[in-house]
Write a new protein. Structure first.
Length: 148
């Protein structure tokens, strides 16, 4: 392909699809979570008071607020997240990580770390992985919700 920018974007999209499929299946089998659900829990874990508004979660996950509502409903039924009203603004509600959700995110993060290590094992050196992370970090600089 003669356009390196297009080739790079297509390679990133292909890699993203592979990672989402591979990691999603494993997380579902081990923890009963979709990859996006784990990312939601990780964002809550890293937030002040382990809570974020649905709008903030939507921005961080690059989805709509209604998608966040659909994602949190089953997690709320399972006791992984809860709702918390804002004391100053009755229109605002937060999604809050519960102790059970904290335990799940801790265990699922360990699984995700193992899977990430396996993805790069025997393919790239530690320096190459660090370089990739830095380059991708430049591509996403300024976006809300850095997890790493």
């Amino acid at each position: 392909m003669s356009n390196p920018s297009l080739a790079s974007v297509l390679a990133l999209l292909r890699a993203n699809a592979r990672i989402e499929e591979q990691f999603g299946h494993s997380l579902g089998a081990v923890h009963g979570l979709a990859l996006k659900e784990l990312l939601l829990l990780m964002h809550l874990e890293g937030a002040p008071k382990a809570r974020l508004s649905r709008i903030d979660l939507a921005r961080r996950l690059h989805v709509s607020a209604s998608t966040v509502t659909r994602m949190t409903a089953p997690l709320e039924k399972l006791g992984m997240v809860g709702r918390q009203a804002d004391t100053r603004d009755a229109r605002l509600a937060y999604v809050v990580l519960t102790p059970a959700g904290q335990k799940l995110v801790t265990n699922a993060r360990a699984t995700l770390e193992r899977m990430a290590g396996e993805l790069f094992k025997d393919r790239w050196s530690k320096q190459e992985i660090a370089t990739l992370a830095a380059l991708l970090g430049r591509l996403t600089a300024g976006l809300p919700g850095e997890l790493a």
